[in-house]
Ligand binder design. Structure first.
Ligand SMILES: C[S@@+](CC[C@H](N)C(=O)[O-])C[C@H]1O[C@@H](n2cnc3c(N)ncnc32)[C@H](O)[C@@H]1O
Length: 371
């Protein structure tokens, strides 16, 4: 019998399909899905089979005066208590059990309903504790003690309250083709969850845009995960993103890596296209002459909803499009539109989320008639 919770609770190690089997099945499914548009080779980038997630969110389940970790059941029929978790990074795994003991010992479990972990490969961890009550000075001093006992950075969150005791970020190192990049990852902001697959994703993507040159436009740039390595391949990069915290981190990441040819601007993708077409003016673009950029390449990494009709029409203006997608279904819809003007040159599948039906995809498109 197959257990749908393998990889979440990590306990049923005899899952009959194994890591390779589940990946093969997912890859066959996307090959079939995209076959009408693309019949070429799909590069497959696997994940480590366990301990691959650098961030994880758990519910806190209270019973008999004790607390345990829990997750929503996949069938949405209540919560499932978690005893062990095979998918979180070694550093998260090393504090999970101790954390429950220390929270109980310090008496800070009352109204605690969730904990979020974010870790770096070097073992730094932010621990966000989510409460249904206001956090007072007594909580702060106990949470300080928790930081000391576990060697983590504690952030307390409740309605309209965020308490940062020491810091709310970790610094991650990624190896991209032998070069080390450093990134500040802020808790509660978007970061790629699987660092080893993320490295493969950036490396594959770099290979696709290697010799194009000119300037790059990136929409949905987050904290500059792709932007910073991409900047080595273009004269200038204009990168936009909706989240203020991510843009702030992106600017720090640019400095951290000694990169100077990127402009990060906090604008939604929709706002940026309006600005480019002169439909609206934005103070956030002041001092930047967008018309001055030689934008022939577009990189997009949108949320699950993908692009849709209008953004695809905008994307069609570019000679080269690189599209990273976390949802093959919306990607298919968008590729059906983009294939009217562009040819799919290459495709890749990145197993960001092993043991789930999710698969991240990468696609390189070139305008028809363009060499
Ligand atoms: C899948 S993440 C990719 C981020 C980044 N490329 C990375 O690898 O970390 C999508 C990003 O799009 C941003 N976003 C969501 N809706 C947006 C919109 N309408 N316009 C611009 N950015 C948006 C989110 O804040 C998030 O950072």
């Amino acid at each position: 019998m197959k257990c749908e919770y393998f990889g979440i609770c990590g306990s049923c190690r005899d899952y009959e399909e194994g890591y390779e089997g589940q990946l093969e099945r997912k890859v066959s499914a996307v090959q079939e899905l995209f076959f009408p548009l693309y019949s070429g080779n799909i590069t497959v980038c696997p994940s480590p089979a366990e301990r691959y997630r650098s961030r994880a969110e758990f519910k806190i389940y209270h019973d008999d005066g004790g607390i345990s970790y829990a997750m929503n059941r996949l069938d949405r029929q209540g919560a499932l208590k978690i005893e062990r978790c095979g998918i979180v990074s070694p550093s998260i795994a090393s504090v999970m059990e101790k954390l429950l003991i220390e929270i109980s010992d310090l008496g800070i479990s009352h109204k605690l309903f969730g904990v979020d972990f974010l870790a770096s490969g070097e073992g730094e961890i932010t621990l966000s504790m989510l409460y249904h009550k206001a956090l007072d000075d007594e909580w702060k001093s106990k949470a300080h003690e928790l930081e000391k006992r576990l060697g983590v950075y504690v952030i307390g969150r409740s309605r309209k309250q965020k308490v940062v005791l020491s810091q709310d970020y970790v610094t991650e190192t990624l190896n991209i083709g032998g070069r080390m990049y450093r990134y500040i990852h802020i808790e509660n902001s978007f970061t790629q969850p699987n660092p080893r697959v993320n490295e493969q994703m950036i490396t594959w993507s770099l290979g696709q845009i290697d010799k194009i040159g000119g300037d790059l436009l990136e929409l949905y740039c987050g904290a500059g995960n792709f932007t910073i390595p991409f900047a080595t391949k273009f004269d200038r990069v204009l990168a936009t993103e909706i989240s203020k915290a991510s843009i702030h981190a992106a600017k720090q990441n640019m400095a951290l890596n000694g990169v100077g040819n990127i402009e990060f601007v906090r604008l939604s993708a929709e706002e940026f296209t309006q600005a480019l077409d002169g439909v609206r003016e934005f103070r956030r673009l002041e001092g930047l002459n967008v018309a001055d950029y030689h934008l022939k390449t577009l990189f997009v990494d949108p949320p699950r909803a993908g692009l849709g009709e209008e953004p695809c029409a905008f994307a069609s203006r570019f000679d080269h499009i690189l599209y990273i997608s976390c949802n093959p279904e919306t990607l298919l819809r968008d590729l059906e539109i983009l294939s009217r003007t562009h040819t799919i040159e290459a495709m890749a599948a990145f197993d960001q989320f092993p043991y789930t039906h999710h698969l991240e995809m990468g696609v390189k498109l070139t305008k028809k008639g363009c060499v």
